[in-house]
Structure formats: C-alpha cells, structure tokens
Design a binder for this molecule. Structure first.
Ligand code: SF4
Ligand code: FES
Length: 385
C-alpha cells in the first residue's frame, strides 16, 4: 500500500519547470495512482477509506501522460496501491520515458518483476520493520522476504533505490536498526517518515501514535543515523508534525508544483483531497489536465496566499509552509481553510496536542481493493487483529 508521507512532500527543487507567463505556477511532478489494489494491509495507509474500484485503462493513462508533459511535468511517480499490479506498467513507464519524463516507481516490492520494465529511473521500496516477525504483522502479509528479494532485483538492475519506512508506535524504537537494514538492502536514500494521519492512518491514529518520549528518542536516533551515514547515503527524516508544532509544507503548496491522478481519473491537488467538502474533483474523463490545473475551482481554492486566514495571512512563514495541510485542517477542525492545527499558532493547536496523548487498540485493517468485478476482501472497518 502507499506509505503515508511517501510522496506528499517530495522536494520539487530537483525539477526545472518554470512558471507560465503571467506568474501562474506550472507543475513539475505528477503522482499517477494507477490502482488502489494492494496485497498489503498496512494500518497507516494514507489511501482513502472509501474508494471507487474503477480504473483508467491504458489508453487513458497514455493520454494523461501526454497532457502532463505538455503542461510541464518532468517527474512521474507511479504509485497506488501497488502499481506493479497493473500489467501495463512497463508500457506506461516507456511512454513517460519517451516523453522525456523521469520515472519513479513507488512499490511495496510484492509481485515486482522488472521483466519488460526497462524504463524506470528510480525505485522507492517500502519496508515495515527490520525483522520479518514484526514487519509481516504490520503489513498483514508475509511480505518481508519478498521485499528483500525486490531490493536485490532493483540493485542488480543497477537502478537507484530509496527505501522508505513509515514510523509509528510499533517500530519507531528501532529506527537505527531499520536504517542499517535499509542501507544493507542497497538504498542510496533512506526515508524515515513518521506517519501522516490520512485515510486508514487517521482511522488508526490512536494505535499508531508514538509517545512524546518515543519521538524524542527517534529525533536523537535520526540525527545520529544522519551523522553516521553522512557520506554513504542520503537520510531523509520526516518529523511528526503532531509533535513538532510546525506544519509541513504540504505538496509544496496547493496547486503549485504537483498534482495526483487517482486510479479512476480524479485530478487532485494532494493525495487526500477527495475527502474535502465541495464539488467532486475534476476528472480527466471530462476535462483536459491543463484546464483542470489552471481553471478548476478545486485547484484555485487554496492556491497562493489570498485564501489564508489569520494568523497565516500576516505570518512570515506563509510562503514557506503555505499554511500547512488543507486536509489536516479539515480533518481536525472541520474547516479546510483553517490554519493547519499542527502549527503552534493555530487556534486549534490544542486539538492536535490532545490527540498525541490518546492511545488505544485495536488496529483497523485496511480493506483490500480487488480489480474490477473481483470479490471484496472481508476485512472491513471495525475488524481488529
Ligand atoms: Fe505557517 Fe500559518 Fe503557522 Fe504561520 S501561522 S507558521 S503560515 S501555518
Ligand atoms: Fe495536505 Fe491534502 S494532504 S493538503
């Protein structure tokens, strides 16, 4: 499944797109969510809890890639769900490459084959923990050994590898061991990301939430790991915004640098936007990407700084964190236009602080989304393990 924090805050500075005449921003990155289907059941999955099982076909994705490139997109992140479940992944990657785009595969590694998949530039592989015993419990599947094999496959193909792990109460105390393990797998980049609470992750917040003491230890461990690997691997540590008092610059600004396309073709300013109240997200089945990017109500809603409430409106940080995350503001305050409650200056910050102090079980196991016409996995909200 898609690890929360995998791509939401991808650094756009490594792209080269420039703004359109007149100052309207142009996107650099597209997250192509090819499918919500996934063999894993990670309780922190940021996928929406309610999704359509509808998926764009190959021709529709080819058209999306063409339009994305025309709009300025230089990086495509093939994501999901598990994108390797789509048989047309090699064809889509080849098409993106032929357009001159950089192709990143965001995968669980389960079912990954590089046969025919010759046009991927970079692989981002998720792991759950350092040992199979605990990783497989988190994934809800015997997957750890398959991930080790997938890493070897990627490295033997000479592809650069990022290993990504989502940190939470169950594994965060092993941050150092996890980083060492990721390095042994051949990662040149290791992303240690605290859970961001969307989708299934939000449903499981009380089970995943680390204690303040765990976060303090993790911060120290991450710094030590960074120092130790300084010359050998890039260590990216994504802090837990519930604990830091600082909001994340979600998507590097709404409608500024990136967008996502859902499996069914909804075009989204961020991965969690489908939950926001208002008209349904525009779809590539009805509109062109350029029209959606420049003119849709959704993309213009929180673009720039004009929409901002106090205290963001006059804050010196407003062009740095863009007022934080709209979806988190909505989830916690009910108002998508509020200051992200992760910010200490938010009038609702106490709500988030209070959430860091609540812990309970059980874990709700994410449902598996089968293909069109398939039978549904019996695991539904309310199921525990
Ligand atoms: Fe960011 Fe708004 Fe907080 Fe300022 S007040 S730091 S702009 S979220
Ligand atoms: Fe941050 Fe939607 S997930 S704006």
């Amino acid at each position: 499944g898609r690890p929360a924090a995998a791509v939401e805050c991808a650094d756009p500075s490594d792209g080269g797109s420039t703004d359109a005449p007149g100052g309207a921003p142009l996107p650099i990155g597209m997250v192509a969510e090819l499918t919500y289907r996934c063999p894993l059941h990670c309780p922190y999955c940021s996928n929406p809890v309610q999704v359509s099982r509808d998926e764009l076909d190959t021709a529709a994705w080819i058209a999306v890639l063409d339009q994305a490139r025309a709009l300025g997109v230089l990086q495509v992140h093939f994501s999901g769900g598990e994108p390797a479940l789509r048989r047309d992944l090699p064809e889509l990657a080849s098409h993106a490459r032929s357009l001159g785009m950089y192709t990143n595969l965001v995968t669980s590694g389960v079912g990954l084959s590089l046969d025919g998949l010759t046009d991927i530039d970079h692989v981002q592989l998720s792991i759950q923990d350092v040992s199979a015993a605990s990783a497989d419990v988190i994934a809800g599947l015997r997957a750890h050994h398959k991930k080790i094999a997938a890493a070897a496959l990627v490295r033997s193909a000479g592809l650069p590898l990022t290993v990504n792990v989502v940190l939470h109460a169950e594994n965060v105390d092993r941050l150092t061991e996890i980083a060492d393990f990721a390095f042994e797998l051949g990662a040149g980049r290791i992303e240690l990301a605290h859970t961001q609470f969307y989708g299934w992750g939000l449903l499981n917040r009380t089970a995943l939430m680390p204690t303040a003491e765990q976060v303090r230890r993790a911060n120290r461990a991450a710094q030590a790991v960074r120092d130790r690997y300084a010359d050998r691997a890039e260590i990216v540590y994504v802090e837990p915004d519930y604990h830091t008092g600082r909001p994340k610059p979600c998507m590097n600004g709404w409608g500024a640098r990136q967008f996502a396309v859902s499996p069914a073709g909804a075009v989204l300013p961020c991965l969690a936007a489908q939950q926001l109240p208002g008209p349904p997200a525009p779809s590539v089945r009805e509109h062109g990407l350029a029209e959606i990017w420049h003119r849709s109500e959704l993309f213009n809603r929180f673009r720039g700084t004009e929409w901002m409430p106090s205290p963001c409106r006059t804050c010196p940080m407003r062009e740095v964190d863009f007022g934080g995350c709209r979806c988190q503001a909505f989830q916690v305050t009910g108002d998508a236009a509020a200051t992200d409650p992760a910010c200490v200056l938010s009038p609702s910050h106490e709500l988030l602080v209070a959430a860091t102090e609540v812990r309970s079980r059980p874990v709700i196991v994410p449902r598996r989304y089968p293909g069109r016409g398939g039978a549904e996995d019996p695991a539904v909200p309310g199921t525990s393990r």
